[in-house]
Design a protein around this ligand. Structure first.
Ligand SMILES: Nc1nc2c(ncn2[C@@H]2O[C@H](COP(=O)(O)OP(=O)(O)OP(=O)(O)O)[C@@H](O)[C@H]2O)c(=O)[nH]1
Ligand SMILES: [Mg+2]
Ligand SMILES: [Zn+2]
Length: 504
């Protein structure tokens, strides 16, 4: 592609700034506090032997304990076999339908830990937690599946079959980009639909469309909150779900009726996850690439300068293998202001340690599983997710790095209608100079449409630049009344690469 000079008026930072989320009522706050206390006095249902990691310390705020499933207190096995996570399973679905409660049931930890999330009663950021899926050697399918060390049905010792990392996405309509950047690190998804609501709700539709656009096609549907309805209502709701998914990627997805709050049918859900979301085939020989979904500074204020630890980046390995002490490059890199322009400087650093969630420290990381890596970069550069949306690549002298781009040529597919709004909005064709929000991997960028080309192709300016994996599918959102709505998706046909100079 020929270099072209075109001035873009886009300022990513201003336009992508977080939109105010309206407070939402959450039921029985007082009751919840009582329950929290009660839960804390009891021995923990499942004890994780992983040491508390640096990564978790950062977000270690008071936990919002949801109602504990009414199950017998299982014992904890001492010599439990441990294996690193091998798959990432996400949540998707309309706000408040029980995604985080489901993660709590599976992993024993409630993902909403930030004070704003607790105050508003909704998920705002991506949540992370993991658990082992275990099998009872004595019970038949699907009774045999559990997340406990001892079978809740017969008491036999269970065996670990695999470890799963979960990515909990928010359902609120204005947090669509958060959900979509989370989709970049999901191998499969649990689409949660409340049985006591009509199907589909706007974000049930929009999330399914986003999953389709971004190629997350392994789906298990959770028909949640069945404790709130009777058998007949459950059947009507089930039919609505069936009709909704007909002709979509979720057409053949299993539908598991559940109560995430009371733990009903957890075994059936686990059986479905085992069958319908297997570990994808991984390319361990390919050059290592990792999606960064968050970044932070783990040093407490006032830390002795000699003991300061480098910036931490969290996300998931996309391909290849990462080892402690590997040289890596963060792309597009560290943000710098040059006059009025924001530019990025790719930075070379080293993997100092690898943390696989509650599994704990590891010398290596492969695709599947969420991880945090400590690097040698100035920790202030990683503060407050400032590096989320980056790509980390293995650094080897002379080896090609993922491109950092300033322009993209896209083959676009637009939906007929805006799927995520209550009202009916037709998607009109794209026009030159309009601004679109693109979700590319874990990155989001407001881009200017520079040109409309033939055969459904467009040219967009990417400013500030981002790093891409060229095979990545892109979700396209358009602004309607100050709200970004998903309107379609695209594939990368060509791109204009920025010359990068790596700083060590
Ligand atoms: N009765 C009943 N209530 C449930 C169940 N699952 C979740 N809830 C309640 O539904 C409300 C919302 O649950 P969350 O898990 O926060 O929902 P969410 O889908 O994560 O919400 P967002 O992340 O904000 O989209 C909470 O009050 C839960 O206690 C269930 O199976 N039965
Ligand atoms: Mg939630
Ligand atoms: Zn059993």
């Amino acid at each position: 592609m020929k270099p072209k000079k075109r001035k873009s008026k886009v300022k990513k930072t201003e336009e992508t700034e977080e939109v105010e989320v309206k407070p939402k009522k959450r039921t029985s706050k007082a009751k919840k506090t009582e329950e929290t206390e009660e839960v804390e006095e009891k021995p923990k249902k499942r004890k994780s032997k992983a040491k508390k990691t640096e990564e978790t310390e950062e977000v270690d705020k008071p936990k919002a304990e949801e109602k504990t499933p009414k199950k017998a207190e299982p014992k904890v096995k001492k010599d439990r076999k441990r294996m690193p996570p091998s798959v990432n399973i996400g949540t998707a679905g309309h706000v408040d339908e029980g995604k985080s409660t489901l993660i709590k049931l599976l992993t024993d930890s409630f993902p909403d830990t930030h004070s704003e999330e607790l105050k508003r009663g909704i998920t705002i950021r991506l949540g992370y937690a993991d658990c082992d899926i275990l099998k009872c050697p004595s019970c038949p399918e699907p009774d045999c599946w559990t997340v406990d060390d001892f079978c809740p049905k017969c008491g036999s010792e269970t065996e670990v079959v695999r470890r799963v990392s979960f990515v909990d996405a928010p359902g609120h309509e204005i947090l669509m980009q958060v959900m979509m950047s989370g989709a970049a690190i999901m191998d499969g998804v649990m689409l949660v639909i409340a049985a006591n609501s009509t199907v589909p709700q706007p974000q049930t539709r929009e999330h399914l469309a986003a999953l389709t656009a971004l190629g997350v096609e392994k789906i298990v549907i959770v028909q949640n909150k069945i404790d709130l309805i009777n058998g007949e209502e459950a059947m009507i709701n089930y039919q609505q779900i069936k009709e909704f998914v007909q002709g979509t990627i979720a057409e053949n997805a299993p539908i598991v009726p559940m109560s995430a709050m009371h733990g009903a049918n957890l075994d059936i859900l686990l059986a479905a996850l085992q069958e319908f979301i297997p570990d994808p085939e991984r390319d361990l020989e390919a050059p290592m690439r990792m999606h960064v979904a968050r970044s932070f500074d783990i040093n407490r204020p006032g830390t002795d300068p000699k003991r300061i630890r480098g910036g931490v980046l969290g996300g998931s390995v996309y391909q290849g293998k990462m080892n402690v002490d590997d040289d890596i490059v963060i792309l597009p890199g560290l943000k710098k202001k040059v006059g009025k322009k924001t530019i990025f400087k790719p930075v070379k650093t080293q993997v100092k340690s690898i943390n696989l969630g509650s599994f704990g420290r590891s010398k290596t990381a492969t695709p599947g599983g969420l991880l945090g890596i400590q690097t040698t970069i100035d920790p202030s550069m990683a503060r407050s997710d400032s590096l989320s949306g980056s790509i980390i690549a293995a650094y080897k002298e002379g080896e090609k790095l993922p491109p950092v781009v300033s322009e993209l040529e896209l083959a676009v597919n637009l939906f007929d209608n805006v799927v995520g709004s209550e009202e009916h909005i037709t998607v009109k064709p794209l026009i030159r100079n309009e601004k679109l929000l693109l979700t590319i991997g874990t990155a989001t960028a407001v881009c200017n449409v520079a040109d409309i080309l033939k055969k459904g192709k467009i040219l967009v300016d990417v400013n500030p630049q981002i790093a891409i994996l060229p095979e990545t599918k892109i979700a396209i959102s358009r602004n309607f009344n100050k709200r970004w709505r998903l309107i379609g998706w695209a594939e990368i046909v060509d791109y204009k690469e920025v010359d990068i100079k790596i700083i060590a």
